[in-house]
Design a protein around this ligand. Sequence first.
Ligand code: SAM
Length: 273
Amino acid sequence: MMNKQEVLSILEQYGLSATKSLGQNFLCNEDVIGRILDLAEISEKTRVLEIGPGIGALSEEAVKRAGKYTAVEIDTSFQNRLDSVITEQGGRVIFQDFLAFSASSLSKEEMPDVVISNLPYYVMTPIMLKVMADFPDCGKMVYMVEEEAQERIFAKPGTKQYGPLSVLTDLFGVKKKEFVVDRSSFVPPPNTTSAVITIKRHEGQEWKADWIRFVESAFALRRKTLVNSLSSAGKYGKESIASALSEMGKKETARCEELAPADFVRLYEILTK
Ligand code: SAM
């Protein structure tokens, strides 16, 4: 596992440096790396997908523990390093922007039951949403997120931070703040403190990827009423939204932040039945 000295020497050995615009902050704290891997509960039966392996802080051990390990990394300059850490150990690295990645390029055996990522902060929300859209059967996600994002993920209805990420992660699974990670655990240190969170899929509960678009359009015009925001996406008329809200016992003037996660599902069901 990697400490700061080792990260610096790998970067030097492979002639690499951290690209800020790609959100590259490499983990250099062995305790944090170990705790993330333990939270992922990887065994020889587990199919792991890692997003953004970087120089392999998590990958080196994950590939050894997993039955199947696949990673998607945008930065091809890491190829030589990841060949030795992942490919030569039986894993696979796909060099592509995860946001442009198609789940159909994974074989059935590679479809993940665990996703791990020290998330690149500039695309954190779209990556989290894409994982829930593309891998609806994934059992657990272990993410490193920045503090500000953490607030949005755990926000409660009625608050300023409450939004699609809070609603959708809630509908997907049980989420938990595991532990806080200090800036000094990364090379280079990010601007804010980070935290490791887990999302464990609700067992036996329905999850529809279509909810993602629906909730996003409900929040698209967040200062307007839900009727205005949702209707502006063009799929549902104002009258049907208003009548669905009244069927749910809500006011026609309700705003998106007043609805609990389960209310969005109910509204979706009424509008699409
Ligand atoms: N996993 C490594 C670690 O913990 O040290 C690196 C984490 S670093 C915070 C984020 C990683 O995501 C970098 O390797 C970066 O190149 C990669 N990345 C950034 N944007 C990406 C994208 N759109 N698709 C896939 N990987 C991306």
